[in-house]
Design a protein around this ligand. Structure first.
Ligand code: GDP
Ligand code: MG
Length: 232
């Protein structure tokens, strides 16, 4: 199978030059696509330099910062057009472990969707304050009750998709862009009948740079779940 790891970036210069080589060293058969929103810190240029030396590395550049959801949709569209059969979405900041990537790549061979899950046995978050754990746990439980599918981790962004699963989703109808983007994409896939499997992942706090998590994003997700339920 032709695999692509899709990494959205905004100001990740210190992380991106480390994570891409680490992925390629451990999984030489995969390709990597970085979707960069014209980061002021020059992340895009660093990826261009890597892609000039290694044909497994690709860069998709958005001219403006459009948010995480838009970046992923651009990456998925590119991946489908280029004939990749399975894609893993992964953060640049080392929150997602390289060794867990292998479990997602293995599981997606036999599934439509593989959800990296912090909330099944073997999964965890490290170094999170109690309130952040509570918000995240509650968020997934809340989504599960309202949306009616038995997933344990709705907001996580470390997931593997089969190309066909994403091709059944009409990207122009996707409304979310923040945290709720992950919820909406999973819900749309499950509603279309996708077979999903959760595999445990350990989510580490980012090593370098700033997180974009904010109260506004959490509140948006809280209300957006209802919109997803009735409009998706
Ligand atoms: N292309 C793009 N990437 C983004 C944007 N916002 C966040 N990212 C990337 O998405 C990933 C997750 O973001 P992060 O800030 O770590 O989120 P958190 O871990 O939930 O706090 C990282 O690789 C970011 O660089 C955006 O607007 N555009
Ligand atoms: Mg992060």
């Amino acid at each position: 199978m032709k695999y692509l790891v899709i990494i959205p970036t905004y100001n990740e210069k210190d992380n991106i030059v480390k994570i891409v080589p680490e992925i390629l060293e451990k999984y030489p058969e995969v390709h990597v696509l970085v979707v960069d929103d014209n980061s002021p810190d020059g992340t895009g240029q660093l990826v261009k330099d890597m892609s000039a030396k290694d044909q497994r590395v690709h860069l998709f550049e958005n001219p403006n910062k459009g948010g995480l959801g838009k970046a992923y949709l651009a990456g998925y569209t590119w991946a489908i057009e280029h004939g990749y059969e399975a894609f893993v979405q992964m953060d640049a900041d080392f929150s997602h472990r390289i060794e867990d990537l292998g479990h997602l790549l293995t599981a997606i061979r036999h599934q439509d969707l593989v959800v990296g899950s912090r909330y099944i046995p073997g999964g965890a978050t490290t170094n999170w304050a109690w309130y952040r754990k509570l918000i995240s746990r509650f968020g997934s439980l809340y989504a599960r009750i309202i949306l009616g599918f038995p997933l344990n981790d709705w907001t996580g962004g470390f997931n593997a998709w089969r190309s066909e699963t994403l091709q059944k989703i009409n990207f122009s109808e996707v409304r979310s862009n923040g945290y709720s983007f992950q919820i909406e994409m999973k819900y749309r896939a499950l509603k279309n009948g996708a077979q999903a499997q959760e595999v445990p992942i350990i989510f580490d706090e980012r090593r370098e740079g700033q997180s974009k998590m904010s109260l506004k994003i959490v509140i948006e997700a809280f209300f957006r779940v209802w919109q997803i339920r009735f409009l998706a």
